[in-house]
Design a protein around this ligand. Structure first.
Ligand SMILES: NC(=O)c1ccc[n+]([C@@H]2O[C@H](COP(=O)([O-])OP(=O)(O)OC[C@H]3O[C@@H](n4cnc5c(N)ncnc54)[C@H](OP(=O)(O)O)[C@@H]3O)[C@@H](O)[C@H]2O)c1
Length: 219
């Protein structure tokens, strides 16, 4: 990764590490303060990257508060099934959209997505996150904000591609084996976990705004 590239993530989680309740995928965990923080970070980004599960939940693009001439969103999917090209995500103006996909997408669906988005096939045998970063780098994106969810986070985390992690700890417990968590996927075997460095912990009422940084020497 070029040194000018900065990959950072921002998610809010419950005390038990969940990012949404089991029955309500579209749910805001944080307070207004957290929402303001989200916009502060989005303002620092060129592009927001998310998993198809997050787009299915919100169906809307991730935009900075202040309109910009240029902003971009990217999503990762296998086949694009269960994503509807009619959702606001695919309709917002002044937004460049990239759909990275690793499987076989139906030609009809490809045609529908191509009306709003760039379609970029990835090699399913290689790291999707590494390939996404490589493409975005060629396209001159330098500040990549990963907004989740947990499955997408794993793609970046397992290759240690996130420089800065912003996590808002919210004073809630959600529970639920099936509720999505901050990072899901296969997980690291014990002893091989990713170790981070705490840069800042800011307490605002009942929320804690955490900032962890990547250790260059971690796997
Ligand atoms: N609290 C927060 O800050 C926050 C932030 C973001 C999201 N969320 C919540 O998190 C939930 C979604 O999280 P999630 O973990 O279920 O889903 P996710 O990470 O947003 O997306 C998962 C989807 O990404 C695609 N994907 C993942 N890995 C892939 C790979 N290697 N190759 C190709 N495609 C891949 C697949 O899409 P296909 O199924 O289309 O193939 C998969 O189903 C929602 O409830 C959302 O509201 C919360």
């Amino acid at each position: 990764m070029k040194s000018s590239m900065h990959v950072f993530s921002n998610l809010a989680m419950s005390l038990d590490g969940k990012i949404a309740p089991v029955d309500q995928p579209m749910y805001s965990l944080g307070t207004k303060k957290d929402l303001d923080w989200l916009h502060t970070l989005r303002n620092q980004a060129d592009i927001v990257v998310m998993g198809a599960g997050t787009v299915r939940a919100f169906q809307r693009p991730c935009l900075p508060k202040k309109r910009r001439d240029f902003f971009a969103n990217a999503l990762l999917t296998r086949t694009g099934e269960n994503l509807d090209p009619k959702w606001p995500f695919f309709k917002a103006r002044n937004l460049e959209r990239f759909i990275f996909y690793t499987g076989k997408m139906k030609p009809k669906l490809q045609d529908a997505f191509l009306e709003s988005s760039h379609l970029i096939p990835l090699d399913p045998k290689k790291s999707s996150a590494e390939q996404m970063i490589a493409v975005l780098q060629i396209l001159n994106f330098q500040k990549i904000l990963v907004e989740g969810g947990g499955e997408l986070m794993w793609e970046f985390v397992k290759k240690n591609l996130i420089d800065d992690y912003y996590v808002t700890l919210t004073p809630k417990i959600l529970g639920g084996v099936k509720a999505p968590s901050l990072v899901s996927g296969a997980g690291f075997p014990g002893g091989n976990e990713l170790n981070l460095k705490l840069k800042e912990a800011k307490i605002v009422k009942d929320e804690v705004f955490l900032h962890y940084r990547r250790k260059k020497s971690s796997p």
